[in-house]
Design a protein around this ligand. Structure first.
Ligand SMILES: Cc1cc2nc3c(=O)[nH]c(=O)nc-3n(C[C@H](O)[C@H](O)[C@H](O)COP(=O)(O)OP(=O)(O)OC[C@H]3O[C@@H](n4cnc5c(N)ncnc54)[C@H](O)[C@@H]3O)c2cc1C
Ligand code: FES
Length: 580
């Protein structure tokens, strides 16, 4: 492999069909050695920094081997180096041979492949071929971007050495296909997300698609039996369960923060109990870990049974118990290969997805600044405290602060907790060195509301605050809509005439606004549709909406798609026919 030409240009204005376009695509070959900086070659620049440039698209590489293909295809003989807007014209390095994540030494600089080229209309202008960007996309001869790992100098004639082949082995052609032509390829997205070097833009797209694909395939997926092979008490109220496959086949992969749906056959329950539990360890091939708090009956409610599933786990699930599960899912997850600072905020058993994130960060060997804040009542309830302290001791980028709201006399500051009280925004503001973090929250509703609003008031953009509710999600921001008596009365008025038909069972019922959701009404009429989170997260309750319109009482984390409805968190706007 050899570098044939180094090409640069600064952005300039050109006129196309009477319009002025600013572009840096007209690259010209330069002689001699050229300095390679983190963001650019010397003398080079991009006009549109949204579509081009930046750390992960600093240098664009195209193989000269493609020139003859395009000369034949377009009947052209006028190509010069830099023809495709590339910075480096190279010999070899074809898209089927180079992987995202491969590392190359050229001259004294070191480069990492981050993504295929994303062609735009400016390439069509440069080539003087209408719609050339679709042609190049379909050809699989896109070329790729480099990120600069070590600055240095390059020059035409330099040999190119591949220093490292990425372990996952996703070629540029494969990545291109996944992005543009194979948009439902779940396995492909999982493979891509294993490539640490992907640029953040491509990574987010694959994460999004994976989460959506998981959500839409889950209703078709059969339940799978896993076996509990270890039960470990973590505190007086919280216990972990390690699950392994019964069939010996690999476990479905998951992202740190996602949860596992379960269908539990609990003695004494007249139908299977569907629940979701966050996976509390980092993704690994051997096991899933669930960490479950025993839910007692509310105080002063002797008439009510304690939590069905959590008490079943604590009292009856033992090593060897089979459990029916579906593959993990959920939109609350962290990119373990991301580079931004992370703040993990939890209270009570809400720590489970955040422990998974914490473990994934250290397992990935990441140095990203990570803060773990946790609130518990005292050491009797506090789970995984020693583990978190050990992680912080072994990783200088991890900082921990634990607060107990009601410490026991024997609880020691510095060993069990760091101080007394609830985790609140004042603590976070006092300890964090800046606001430049992504925040992940999970805990009881008052905790979530106070932190969410506190972070917004501190100036954290909403896009950097991520959260998960373990119960029904409720409006977090103070500005969010609240159900005023006036709105309730209006709902009552408009809903009196509304009829709901459950088409599979043939049951019809009039809507009554005292029900919280269509699922509630179905249950009141003797139906038992599947559900799990009852909060618009898991899609277990998704049904076909044959006729009519609904509105969401809780906004689903992921909309169910045209013609479907999540009945756990919706109510009818008109008379509806639901396939249930
Ligand atoms: C995405 C997600 C992730 C989760 N991850 C975890 C996790 O990692 N760890 C964890 O411990 N939990 C987790 N949960 C919560 C978990 O799914 C269960 O909701 C929880 O274990 C309680 O279930 P249960 O069957 O024990 O209680 P339920 O039977 O659902 O009862 C819940 C509570 O309501 C009370 N109750 C029952 N009937 C009535 C009534 N008629 N009136 C008043 N009160 C009543 C019960 O006594 C109990 O206190 C998660 C939830 C979600 C949505
Ligand atoms: S039960 Fe989870 S989305 Fe409805």
């Amino acid at each position: 492999m050899k570098l044939l030409s180094v090409n640069v240009s600064l952005p300039k204005e050109i006129t196309v069909k009477g319009k002025t376009v600013r572009t840096g695509i007209f690259k010209e070959p330069v002689q001699g050695r050229v300095r390679v900086n983190k963001l650019n070659l010397e003398g080079d620049g991009q006009a549109d920094l949204i579509g081009h440039g930046g750390e992960f698209r600093a240098v664009y590489v195209y193989s000269f081997d493609n020139y003859s293909h395009w000369a034949r295809e377009l009947g052209r003989t006028d190509f010069t180096f830099g023809q495709f807007g590339e910075n480096l014209t190279v010999e070899g390095m074809l898209d089927q041979d180079v992987h995202v994540g491969d590392i190359f030494r050229i001259g004294t600089a070191l480069f990492e492949v981050t993504q295929p080229r994303v062609p735009c209309y400016k390439l069509a202008i440069k080539m003087n071929v209408e719609g050339f960007y679709s042609q190049i996309l379909a050809s699989g001869r896109l070329g790729f971007y480099f990120r600069v790992l070590e600055e240095g100098e390059v020059g035409a004639g330099d040999l190119i050495e591949r220093v490292k082949v990425d372990a996952v082995g996703m070629t540029i052609i494969e990545a291109n296909k996944l992005m543009y032509f194979d948009k439902d390829n779940l396995e492909g997205f999982r493979k891509a997300l294993g490539v640490a070097a992907f640029s953040p833009g491509w990574r987010v797209t694959f994460e999004d698609r994976l989460a959506k694909a998981q959500a839409t395939t889950q209703t078709k997926e059969e339940f799978r039996t896993l076996i509990v092979n270890r039960k470990v008490p973590e505190s007086e109220t919280i216990t972990s369960f390690y699950l392994v496959p019964k069939d010996g086949k690999p476990l479905a992969p998951f992202l740190p923060g996602q949860f596992l749906p379960l269908k539990l056959d609990i003695p004494g329950q007249w139908k299977p109990v569907l629940r979701t539990y966050s996976l509390s360890d980092s993704p690994n091939r051997d096991h899933y870990r669930l960490t479950i708090k025993r839910e007692l009956a509310p105080p002063n409610r002797p008439d009510v049974y304690p939590g069905a599933s959590s008490n079943y786990f604590h009292d009856q699930v033992e090593s060897g118990t089979p459990l029916l599960t579906k593959s993990p899912r959920g939109k609350f997850f962290l990119d373990p290969h991301g580079e931004t600072g992370v703040v993990l905020l939890s209270a009570g058993v809400g720590l489970t997805p955040l422990i998974s994130m914490l473990n994934a960060i250290v397992d990935a060997g990441s140095n990203r600044p990570t803060w773990f804040f946790h609130g518990s009542r005292n050491s009797r309830e506090h789970a995984l405290g020693k583990h978190v302290r050990r992680v912080a001791e072994e990783n200088s980028n991890v900082h921990v602060h634990i607060r107990y709201s009601r410490p026991l006399p024997e609880d020691t500051v510095g060993r069990d907790h760091d101080d007394e009280g609830h985790v609140d925004i004042e603590l976070v503001k006092r300890l964090l060195p800046s606001t430049d973090f992504d925040f992940y929250l999970c805990g009881p509703t008052p905790f979530m509301k106070s932190l969410f609003n506190g972070l917004l008031a501190w100036g954290i953009p909403e896009s950097r605050i991520h959260y998960e509710f373990f119960g029904p999600a409720s409006a977090l921001a103070e500005r969010a809509k609240v159900a005023t008596p006036k709105r309730a009365a209006a709902a009552a008025e408009c809903c009196e005439e509304i009829e709901i038909t459950f088409s599979k069972s043939g049951i019809k019922a009039n809507w009554n606004p005292s029900f919280e959701s269509i699922l509630d009404l179905a249950e009141a009429n003797g139906l038992s549709p599947d559900y799990s989170c009852r909060s618009g997260i898991c899609h277990t309750c998704k049904c076909t909406l044959e006729e009519g319109e609904v509105e969401y009482v809780l906004e689903p984390l992921d909309p169910p798609g045209q013609g479907s409805v999540l009945i756990c968190c919706s109510k009818p706007k008109t008379s509806v026919v639901v396939q249930a």
